[in-house]
Design a protein around this ligand. Structure first.
Ligand code: ADP
Ligand code: ZN
Length: 628
């Protein structure tokens, strides 16, 4: 997903406020310093005396002038020269003035006048008043701005202070720029969404006739199949803004926050109507409210708010809600009833044709030479989804650059397929000689069973170069055609194939290793499904003992039978696996020569292609090479 367009958080513009804070702090510090210094200055040039002393000074003719202020009397003494009646330029400005408190004394003025002291009353100092106002009010204002800024920052950062406010990232794209052409395959999904696009184009057409417009559609499918892409394409086709939010954005620690976010989202959308609201991972809020999947009141409130909003808005305005999920089975039934997400659009894993188309869409902007055969790549990538395929094309382009080429060739693509499926080559991991032998025999064991099954290239290649995703070696199979059904015989062959790696180890080295754990897991899964889901065991017949729970995720199944039956099922699965293992050993012993020869080749070369494999295999079996 690439929602990098404008969001309504506005948290980007932080440069202004930051310089502002620095300025504010500087101002406060200056003010404090200023008042401190001015205090110091006053203190050093003024001396406090008592009222008595002041009167004495007046009596002994030491006072030159007096200024009576509201809270003090400031006294300017006469200099020595002045006391003696001489005029002196030097002593015109006395260094020290005195001050004293005001005492209720009606005779003071008279005394001063008699003593010939010049007297001055106080004129309120306008500038001083302004200054003091600034000194008290300005710091307060600055503090207030500072604090409010800090608070707003905290609220944004933690969500703690922002309770009740919508901080979720609502991504709005005015134009997604994506159309149905950018979504390859998924024809059924596109078809059902086409209708919706038409409704967004001209809602009036529908409302005039009295048709109720759809409010929402649920896009259901495994991750990476292009659900987000489809939703964007709907917005792009209809030429309306695209609001998107993930379900998990609604889920918060505080009860009520999610609900208020839902409210905000719909308010915003209503302003921008017609538009598309896309809620990704809706299962995060839309989980069933019964206790089976665990419930909590915050999520329930959020869901209730969503339901209320969906019921509340007026469809004739042209708002459509698309939601995506890969776990439709956990969704609350209330979400799915008519008038809410009443349409369900399945966006499943692409089939062969779909994969070819997806590869083509993504290959459009990549330079490729004539060796490239996208169909072959599509065949080799059964089970891959759109995002995997997009990734492969990109990896291939990177590979080409790495090899110093300017166009992508088929080998780059195959390398990319491997990287996506099994990880990168891990060249620095050095396996011991013995380990290489074991891994080789193990992998050839798998491949031989495929070859024995039918006389065709069973494998694309086998390699024993370790991979970053854990495989020490692997067999790359390429089916000739895509399969939707498996016969019982095919499933049994698969079991034999999975267990043949372990069988080869046992036959050749007379011991077994940990390398077969993945094979065992897969084989067990198949065997169990055969017994519990496909009705392929004699013992149980056609009873269904398991249901698949999350079809679009890992496909794990849950048993629903009594404990005694479950134990019986286990026994039956064990029997199946044991038979398959015996069969694998049998086949490999019969073909021991081919096993040795091919394994030898693999130990030496590390990689063997399907052609080389079949050449050795046919030589030993005396089968003539097929004509090209
Ligand atoms: P989902 O939402 O289903 O998990 P996305 O829509 O996010 O998957 O798909 C991820 C990426 O995979 C897309 O951006 C796109 O590049 C690619 N992709 C997936 N499906 C398709 C498709 N059908 N056609 C073209 N590209 C696809
Ligand atoms: Zn294996």
């Amino acid at each position: 997903m690439d929602n990098n367009n404008s969001n309504n958080n506005g948290g980007q513009n932080q440069k202004g406020p930051q310089t502002f804070i620095i300025l504010a702090i500087a101002a406060v510090v200056t003010l404090i310093l200023f008042s401190f210094i001015s205090n110091l200055l006053t203190d050093s040039s003024q001396k406090k005396i008592t009222y008595n002393e002041f009167l004495e000074m007046v009596d002994s003719n030491q006072v030159k002038s007096v200024k009576i202020e509201s809270d003090r009397i400031t006294i300017v003494p006469k200099t020595k020269a002045e006391q003696e009646g001489k005029e002196s330029v030097l002593a015109a400005v006395p260094l020290i003035t005195y001050y004293t408190g005001i005492v209720e004394d009606d005779t003071l003025t008279e005394k001063l006048l008699v003593a010939g002291v010049s007297l001055e009353g106080e004129i309120p100092d306008r500038v001083g008043f302004l200054e003091s106002l600034l000194m008290t009010v300005l710091p307060l204002i600055l503090m207030w701005i500072l604090l409010s800024f800090l608070f707003s920052k905290m609220a944004k950062g933690s969500g703690m202070m922002g309770v009740g406010k919508s901080n979720a990232k609502v991504y709005v794209e005015k134009e997604t720029g994506i159309t149905f052409k950018d979504v390859a395959g998924e024809d059924e999904a596109k078809e059902s969404l086409q209708e919706v696009v038409d409704f967004l184009h001209n809602p009036d057409k529908y409302s005039k006739i009295g048709a109720k417009l759809p409010k929402g559609a649920l896009l259901v499918g495994p991750p990476g199949t292009g659900k987000t892409l489809l939703a964007k394409a709907v917005a792009g086709e209809a030429n309306v803004p695209f609001f998107s939010l993930a379900g998990s954005d609604f889920v918060e620690m505080f009860v009520g926050v999610g609900a208020s976010r839902v409210r905000d989202l719909f308010k915003e959308a209503q302003k921008a109507a017609p538009c598309i609201i896309f809620i990704d991972e809706i299962d995060a809020i839309g989980k069933s409210r019964d206790s089976r999947y665990g419930g909590d009141s915050e999520r329930e409130q959020t869901l209730n708010q969503l339901l209320a909003e969906m019921d509340g808005f007026d469809t004739s305005k042209g708002i459509l809600i698309l939601a995506a999920t890969n776990r439709p089975e956990v969704l609350d039934k209330a979400l799915l009833r008519p008038g809410r997400f009443d349409r369900r659009v399945i966006v499943d894993k692409p089939d062969l044709k779909g994969r070819v188309e997806i590869l083509r869409v993504h290959a459009k902007n990549v330079l490729m030479d004539d060796t490239v055969d996208l169909e072959a790549i599509a065949l080799a990538t059964s089970g891959a989804v759109g995002s995997d395929l997009a990734n492969m094309i990109n990896e291939a382009a990177i590979n080409a650059v790495k090899h110093g080429r300017t166009v992508v060739s088929q080998s780059d693509l195959f390398e990319a397929v491997e990287v996506v499926l099994v990880g990168k080559e891990k060249k620095d991991r050095i396996m011991s000689k013995e380990e290489r032998r074991i891994v080789s025999y193990h992998e050839v064991g798998h491949a031989l069973i495929s070859a024995l099954e039918k006389d065709s290239e069973p494998v694309q290649k086998i390699t024993i170069v370790p991979r970053t995703m854990g495989a020490l070696g692997y067999v790359m199979n390429v089916p000739e055609e895509e399969k939707f059904l498996n016969t019982e015989k095919e499933l049994r062959t698969m079991l034999v194939k999975f267990l043949a790696g372990r069988a080869a180890e046992e036959i050749v080295f007379d011991t077994v290793t940990t390398g077969a754990s993945n094979d065992i897991e897969k084989a067990t899964e198949i065997a169990r499904s055969m017994v519990t889901q496909y009705g392929m065991s004699e013992k149980f017949g056609l009873i269904g003992l398991e249901t698949v729970e999350s079809k679009y995720l890992d496909g794990k199944a849950a048993m629903h039978c009594g404990d005694a039956t479950a134990a019986e099922v286990d026994k039956e699965v064990m029997k199946l696996l044991k038979e398959s293992y015996e069969r694998a050993k049998e086949l490999l012993i019969e073909n021991r020569e081919a096993l040795d020869k091919i394994a030898e080749f693999l130990i030496e070369k590390e990689t063997i292609t399907g052609k080389e494999f079949m050449k050795i295999f046919r030589e030993i079996k005396g089968i003539p090479e097929p004509e090209e």
